[in-house]
Design a protein around this ligand. Structure first.
Ligand SMILES: [Zn+2]
Length: 76
């Protein structure tokens, strides 16, 4: 009965980045509330993505697979 089980393994992530996401097209950090308010979001395979502007959202919408490929390197 002296064995302790950790509650959660990702507490270190709670403080930073909780309200921001990465634009998959250009790699910018995007504020989730701002992107949502401006309709700069897109759903793809059950995940919501956030964008810095309409251009990135449109680019992503045309070909999501390109930007979600692990070998894709975002550039501004
Ligand atoms: Zn962008």
């Amino acid at each position: 009965m002296d064995k302790q089980v950790p509650m959660a393994g990702h507490d270190h992530m709670a403080a930073a980045g909780a309200d921001s996401a990465k634009d998959p097209v250009c790699g910018m950090t995007v504020d989730i509330l701002t992107a949502t308010a401006r309709d700069l979001t897109a759903q793809h395979e059950g995940t919501t993505y956030y964008f810095c502007g309409r251009g990135c959202k449109l680019d992503f919408g045309e070909d999501p697979g390109t930007y979600l490929d692990p070998s894709y390197a975002p550039s501004m």
